[in-house]
Design a binder for this molecule. Sequence first.
Ligand SMILES: Nc1ncnc2c1ncn2[C@@H]1O[C@H](COP(=O)(O)OP(=O)(O)O)[C@@H](O)[C@H]1O
Ligand SMILES: [Mg+2]
Length: 384
Amino acid sequence: MTNKVRNPFIISGYLSAEYFCDRKTESIELTGALQNRRNTVLVSPRRMGKTGLIEHCFHQKEITKAYHTFFIDIYATGSLKEFVFILGKHIFNKLKPKGIKFVEQFFATISSLRPAFKLDPVNGQPVFDIGIGDIRQPLLSIEEIFTYLESADKPCIVAINEFQQITRYPEKNIEAILRTHIQKCRNTSFVFSGSQRHMMQNIFFSASRPFYQSASFMNLEPIAIEPYRKFIHKQFNKADKKISDECITRIYTLLEGHTWYMQVLLNHLYEQADKSKEITVAEANTVLQATVESYRTIYQSMVAMLPERQKEVLFAIAKEGKATEITSTEFIKRHGLNSASSVQSAVKQLLDKEFVTKEGTDYQVYDRFFGLWLSKTYGIGYML
Ligand SMILES: Nc1ncnc2c1ncn2[C@@H]1O[C@H](COP(=O)(O)OP(=O)(O)O)[C@@H](O)[C@H]1O
Ligand SMILES: [Mg+2]
């Protein structure tokens, strides 16, 4: 690392192993699966660390040396054409630094995307320049892209983030088409990651669906408290800063170790920490309240957009932190709600909008800071 990192608690992207906490067994498991050509499904709530884990594995020596790695995020895609666009452009961008010969080879195999091949008039560099509407034969392009990957000089690993998105594409039989190509691959392994558990499970666990039992399943849990504690002390100590064990325990408990929220709070605490003076629970609490409040404008507008019924159910869930049996008479009475059926339909909307998640039988506000803000603003408040 040449640049000196000002704050070791990274809150976006992946930097290097030094700033990456734990995930030792998960890295071994995922790296091993990919090296042994087992396609893998990786599922967790958003911001738990799926992308980070994949990046971390892609940075391992045994992977960088022996494989070509590709990582696309299809969260914003709505059709196979867009999928082709993103995958094609990503592969192109990774080849570009290797020189024009590689780019030409790419377009020789993927001839359906050849119209995208232009040279920048200013610097003469190849660019990938095509409108999504110009991708006229996405099925052919997909086939050619797979042919290209299969003929590469090294085996390839392709990670597709938010894979559940393919179920929303309007084209017919997308799953069957992709499955057929993927099944034929001899040179390419895949990671399918996703945040919407029930959709991912439907794709891979339903006997009637093409991807049924086609990949091993990895459920990414929060980083355990002890390795997180060790990581936090290590990062603080490097700068002669200190944080108490009690403080770490309280933060971890309140946020249930949810990675991104932990990192954001730790980033602020690290900034606040004076040399040699230990961060106390009271100080951490002030920082937490300020952090949550800093998102107020966004949270207010999120609440304002909701219909009344959904708002009431959201508040009820936020008040309980983790809510179960939300259609029971007890729950309805406790929160002055309408009826089981109205709660049912409201929560369905809230799940669709990703305001709320369901893990097992528990409902919870998806965004941890939003949950804390709601409970403070409309309910009982919270303290570290
Ligand atoms: N093991 C880790 N150690 C430190 N920070 C992490 C770790 N995993 C993820 N993060 C941080 O948490 C954030 C969310 O992780 P990400 O991998 O994007 O989650 P997901 O892909 O599950 O939505 C990232 O921006 C990253 O900075
Ligand atoms: Mg991600």
